[in-house]
Write a protein that binds this ligand. Structure first.
Ligand SMILES: [Zn+2]
Length: 205
C-alpha cells in the first residue's frame, strides 16, 4: 500500500467508527480526491455537508470533484449553493474560488443576499471566526485571552471564536488522538496532531 492508501484506510476507519464526525469524512474526501477516486470522494463530501451544512469549503471541493468526474450540471448546482452559503457567512476565499469556477464553466453567479457593504464594517456583528464550518454566525464570541503565549496562541485568539476553540479542545482533539492513535510523546505524533488542529481551525497557512 502506498502512504496515501494507508491514510485513506485510516480515515475510512475513522469515518465508519464515528460516522457523525465531520472531520473524518472531510479528510477522507480530500484524500480520495488526491488519489483520483472521485466517485467515492463525492460521497464523503456529501456526508460532510449533511453533518455540517455551513462548511462552505466542502461545497468548493465537492464541486471540483463532480467536475473531475464529468458531472458538470450537478457541479454547477453545488457550486451555486456553496457560493451562497460562503457569501452569507463571509467566507471570502471559498466564495471567490467557487465564483471563479462558475465563471470558467460559463455559469452566472448567484445574486448576493448580503446587505450592501458599507465602507466601515458594521458594528454589533459577531466575531469573524475563520474556522470553516463555524456555526456561531453573528453570536460568535472572541476568546477572553489567547490560549497560548506563543505566536500560534495569538493566531487562534485573532481568528477563532471561543466556541470553535472549545469544540476543538473538548471534542475533536480527543477524537483525533484516540482514532488516529497518536502518540504525542513522539515528534511524528505531535506533528500529525498539529496538522489536524490547523485543518480543523482553518489556519493551515
Ligand atoms: Zn467559530
Amino acid at each position: 500500500m502506498t502512504d496515501l492508501e494507508n491514510r485513506i484506510a485510516q480515515f475510512r476507519k475513522m469515518a465508519s467508527d464515528d460516522p457523525d464526525n465531520e472531520l473524518g469524512h472531510y479528510r477522507l474526501g480530500q484524500l480520495l480526491m488526491e488519489n483520483k477516486q472521485f466517485d467515492q470522494a463525492v460521497e464523503s463530501f456529501k456526508r460532510t455537508l449533511e453533518l455540517s451544512p455551513q462548511f462552505s469549503k466542502v461545497f468548493q471541493l465537492l464541486g471540483k470533484t463532480l467536475l473531475e468526474s464529468g458531472k458538470k450540471e450537478e457541479a454547477a448546482t453545488v457550486l451555486k449553493k456553496g457560493w451562497g452559503v460562503a457569501d452569507e457567512r463571509g467566507d471570502k476565499l471559498p466564495r471567490d474560488e467557487m465564483g471563479k469556477m462558475l465563471v470558467e464553466m460559463g455559469e452566472s453567479l448567484p445574486e448576493s443576499k448580503r446587505p450592501a457593504q458599507t465602507a466601515a464594517p458594521a458594528g454589533g456583528g459577531g466575531f469573524p471566526c475563520k474556522r470553516p464550518g463555524c456555526q456561531q454566525g453573528s453570536s460568535a464570541r472572541k476568546l477572553p485571552a489567547p490560549p497560548f503565549k506563543d505566536e500560534f496562541g495569538s493566531k487562534v485568539f485573532e481568528n477563532i471564536c471561543a466556541d470553535c476553540w472549545t469544540d476543538w479542545l473538548r471534542n475533536y482533539s480527543i477524537k483525533v488522538i484516540n482514532e488516529m492513535r497518536l502518540d504525542l510523546s513522539t515528534e511524528r505524533g505531535q506533528a500529525e496532531y498539529d496538522r489536524h488542529m490547523l485543518e480543523f481551525l482553518g489556519l493551515e497557512n
